[in-house]
Design a protein around this ligand. Structure first.
Ligand SMILES: [Zn+2]
Length: 373
């Protein structure tokens, strides 16, 4: 599966996308409340088919305006609700909750309900016209900066926090060209202090930390929001500017992550990292962890490795990686977090803490660990 993202341009009918999302949120909220009420009344859970039947009733009686929405979008929403409840019943997810309206951001259409032609997507609404519901096709143009490949699976229309709309096209394309093999393997140790990523080759990679780099700008924008009267036009403008700033920072971070993942995949056949303890890190480091976004990077790296047929390993959280000496396997129990460099009392070799850990990670991933040798 591959997803392509396109920006839908601002046009006279953009407002209908916003209205569509708001209406779809009503469907979302209605059916969640309905399920809760049924549960309170001691009725059995209503699955997708039961919800569908109820929807047909509603459209004919109390909610005729829902007829105007693309019916495939409603179906997809009912499926989402059903999936959420099924996950909950199978103990694979938490209790489904009703999203607040501003957090309801996307609708999905599967095979029908839209038509894609070149750089234009036409959504099928319906309208009440001369005593009858008739199809009302609304075209939207998007910036098609690249061609999608593969069979269309579904499309998603999403509103971001800046009020821009995006079209996501998901296809079944998997025909990626694997990169040429290099015969090299690498262990990578994530860090907060000296470097973002330390490779077993001794290389240290620094993170640009885009949020930290533009903290001054963030302060200025926050101040601008605080100075305005809440709810006024100027306040809204400042809020939107702040949202755009956050989006830019997130894009810068993501761009750097993709480039780093590509670079690693080009150079190495096998990449090993450790499982991250994100909750522990967040407690210790706060905002810095969010700016470094380890989780996002690991997800991107996983995807890249799969795409280019690279081997990706994650060493368990409890595998000892920093204390054993990578030359002789001696466990240095006296090593504390502040020791960045140390000398092995057993074999006398001098270690950089992170490089040593990276070598141990690679060993643990590729075979017998240091202790077993
Ligand atoms: Zn040693």
């Amino acid at each position: 599966m591959k997803t392509y993202k396109y920006k839908i341009g601002k046009q006279s009918n953009t407002i209908r996308l916003g209205n569509l999302l708001d209406d779809m949120w009503q469907v979302h909220a209605y059916f969640h409340k309905w399920q809760r009420q049924r549960y309170k009344d001691g009725l059995p859970y209503a699955n997708y088919n039961a919800m569908s039947a109820h929807l047909t009733d509603l459209k004919q009686t109390t909610h005729p305006h829902w007829n105007a929405l693309p019916s495939q979008a409603i179906q997809a929403e009912l499926e989402r609700i059903d999936n959420a409840y099924q996950r909950f019943f199978n103990k694979r997810g938490g209790k489904p909750h009703i999203k607040p309206r501003h957090k309801f951001k996307s609708i999905t259409l599967k095979q029908t309900g839209y038509k894609l032609t070149n750089n234009r997507i036409t959504l099928t609404f319906r309208k009440w016209d001369k005593g009858k519901w008739r199809f009302d096709k609304v075209p939207y143009t998007f910036h098609k900066h690249r061609q999608w490949h593969g069979t269309l699976k579904r499309i998603t229309i999403k509103r971001d926090s800046c009020g821009d709309y995006w079209l996501y096209i998901t296809t079944t394309y998997t025909d990626f060209k694997p990169l040429p093999t290099t015969g090299e393997s690498v262990g990578a140790d994530f860090g907060m202090k000296d470097a973002y990523l330390t490779l077993s080759t001794g290389e240290k990679i620094q993170h640009p930390q885009p949020l930290k780099a533009s903290l001054n700008q963030l302060r200025t924008l926050n101040k601008a929001v605080r100075r305005k009267v809440k709810g006024s036009n100027n306040w809204w403008r400042a809020v939107r500017e702040l949202a755009r700033f956050y989006r830019k920072v997130a894009n810068q971070r993501k761009d750097w992550h993709w480039k780093l993942a590509t670079d690693l995949c080009r150079r190495f056949d096998t990449i090993a990292t450790e499982t991250l303890n994100l909750d522990g890190m967040k407690r210790l480091w706060g905002r810095k962890v969010s700016d470094l976004a380890f989780y996002q990077f690991v997800e991107i790296l996983k995807y890249k490795c799969q795409k280019h047929k690279r081997e990706f390993f994650q060493v368990g959280q409890w595998t000892a990686t920093s204390k054993p000496c990578s030359d002789c396997g001696h466990h240095n129990e006296n090593l504390s977090l502040s020791d960045r460099q140390w000398t092995c009392p057993e074999c006398g070799s001098h270690h950089d803490r992170d490089v040593n850990a990276a070598i141990n990670i690679l060993r643990a991933a590729c075979g017998p660990s240091v202790e077993q040798m």
